[in-house]
Design a protein around this ligand. Sequence first.
Ligand code: C5P
Length: 224
Amino acid sequence: APAAVIAIDGPSGSGKGTLCQKLAKQLAWHLLDSGALYRLTGLAAHRRGIALDNELAVAELAANLDVRFVPGEEGQPTRVLLDGDDVSAVLRTEETGSLASQVAVLAEVRAALLGRQRDFAQAPGLVADGRDMGTVVFPNAPLKIFLTASAEARAERRFKQLKDKGESVTLAALLEDIQARDKRDSERELAPLKPADDAIQLDSTALGIDEVFEQVLALAKKRL
Ligand code: C5P
């Protein structure tokens, strides 16, 4: 029998990542961070000097990514190795996010990553984090959530995160970035960011991530 999947989609900064980590931990289920696969593909292309619009070459890279996720010990975050190099820190930067969204528009790249993503659906279950989990990758998921928040709230969260890491950015520049990325992700032809017809929409602007977590956990217990 296929493993149960909770598909969680939404724009960056909606709190999706934190929500998915908390859910996977609470349920002791697997976690798929699909954005990381697009980030790794963009990063690998960049490092090898492959043009980001060279669809076949980038798709070939995506299909053959040499990546390992090494679980952190004692509450440390998972480390990500690309070709044996620890890329955990560079993976999360704005620059890598931009590389990711450029390779994410390529049909062959999305196709190359499809099977890899579906392989994560293992017993006892999977929490899948992305943009097209409910629409394309796991269309039969019994629980689909579409998590949003205002662009301003998302920019402020991101601003705090980056400031804590000592990166120098301005709130205005972040807001502009977020709006540009939203536009690119939701207007692209392939697997655009949009709620599945049967997704439950939640807004974390006012709710806060802990309340969102409690609501989704209650839904999961009721449905799965
Ligand atoms: O979620 P994250 O910020 O890591 O995603 C980086 C980029 O990868 C997104 O802006 C989007 O362009 C792309 N992406 C995607 N489909 C997914 C996950 C991410 O196109 N399922």
